[in-house]
Design a protein around this ligand. Structure first.
Ligand SMILES: Nc1ncnc2c1ncn2[C@@H]1O[C@H](COP(=O)(O)OP(=O)(O)OP(=O)(O)O)[C@@H](O)[C@H]1O
Ligand SMILES: [Mg+2]
Length: 330
């Protein structure tokens, strides 16, 4: 594989530390356990580790323990001999054989069932595998990198993941931070993905400063993947060269209106107290309804109101909302 094709974007101190760690670990044979929320770049880091390793001319093979049914995982990983189970036609190599000399990436390792956990631990210890139905094991030369979006230590405590395997895997643990813990990288990532998705367009799409503030403030539960998907969609759907706040996805805008309840100030010109109180009330009611998924009875209880009082307030609010900006724009 060509070197330096995998780009980990970011200048935050946590990302600089990550680069440093990758440099130190890549050229070793150590097992690595990468953990982090969905979309934080676990697979990206695994590919980078392989790319920077001495094995980079050999294959990088990824196996997702969460999507392969438990009873098939063993033959997927270790291969099988002819007739070892119904449907096993001929010899079939497993991922370990395909990854020989290279790197095996075991994604969602927390989903591996207890029987496989035992077999896999043995492979890590003895560096040999036994295909399903084979009499003899044979040596394999594979570097293992595993990833999880679960808290594996917690899985161990709960008795769902073997402690011995956990320690064997996390010789080097790499924890990837969620995007909201390194917000200063958001503009850099936006720049990177805009550039990527603007390619081949008649004119490039840019993000207005006001929209950038909102993208910065948003919490990004789907992390970098969510950010990239959002930008791709914005570029595809853009009708004008500059993306403004009202063109951002509804979930981002509603997240922010919940997060930021404005604090009205009494200025020199005075203020309309009734309007400010009403505005505040409406936002709290909105939040109560969002939390109770629209159940008015439950929302009223949450607010210490009678249901009829809440309904009356909602009727008043609905009249005011009539001029509200469009809720969905894509
Ligand atoms: N620092 C980064 N720089 C550039 N791209 C990134 C970065 N982090 C993640 N990405 C991109 O975001 C997407 C998600 O990354 P990746 O698949 O590695 O995440 P993951 O942690 O494996 O997610 P999941 O748990 O959902 O499988 C990919 O398209 C990846 O290229
Ligand atoms: Mg992944």
């Amino acid at each position: 594989m060509a070197q330096n094709t995998t780009q980990i974007i970011g200048t935050h101190a946590l990302i600089q530390k990550l680069h440093h760690l990758i440099q130190k670990v890549a050229r070793t044979e150590t097992t690595v356990l990468i953990s982090g929320e969905s979309g934080t770049g676990k697979e990206l880091v695994a590919r980078k580790l392989h790319e920077q390793s001495l094995r980079n001319a050999q294959p990088f093979v990824a196996v997702n323990c969460g999507t392969i049914p438990g009873d098939l995982l063993e033959s997927e990983m270790f291969g099988h001999q002819k007739g070892s189970f119904t449907g096993a036609i001929g010899h079939r190599p497993g991922m370990f054989q395909l990854a020989h000399g290279g790197t095996m990436f075991l994604d969602e390792i927390g989903e591996m069932n207890p029987v496989m956990q035992v077999k896999f631990l043995r492979v890590l210890q003895d560096r040999e595998i036994r295909p399903v139905g084979a009499d003899m094991p044979f040596k394999v030369d594979v570097r293992v990198i595993a990833a999880t979006n679960k808290d594996l230590a917690h899985e161990v405590e709960a008795g769902r993941f073997r402690e011995d395997l956990f320690y064997r895997l996390q010789v080097i643990p790499i924890m990837l931070p969620p995007l909201r813990d390194r917000r200063s990288d958001i503009p850099i990532l936006i720049e990177h993905f805009l550039h990527k998705h603007n390619e081949g367009r008649p004119y490039p799409i840019t993000i207005s400063e006001e929209a950038m503030v909102l993208l910065w403030e948003y919490d990004w539960p789907g992390n970098v993947r969510e950010l990239e998907n959002t930008l791709e969609r914005l570029v595809i759907l853009a009708d004008s060269p500059v993306v403004r706040p009202d063109q951002l996805p509804a979930n981002i805008r509603s997240f922010l209106s919940e997060k930021k309840i404005p604090r009205p100030k009494l200025s020199e010109e005075g203020m309309d107290l009734n309007a400010a109180v009403e505005e505040f009330e409406n936002r709290i009611i909105d939040e109560a309804l969002r939390r109770t998924k629209g159940n008015k009875q439950a929302a009223a209880r949450l607010l210490g109101l009678k249901r009829t009082t809440l309904v009356a307030k909602l009727r008043r609010k609905r009249d005011a909302d009539y001029t509200a900006p469009q809720a969905y724009n894509y």
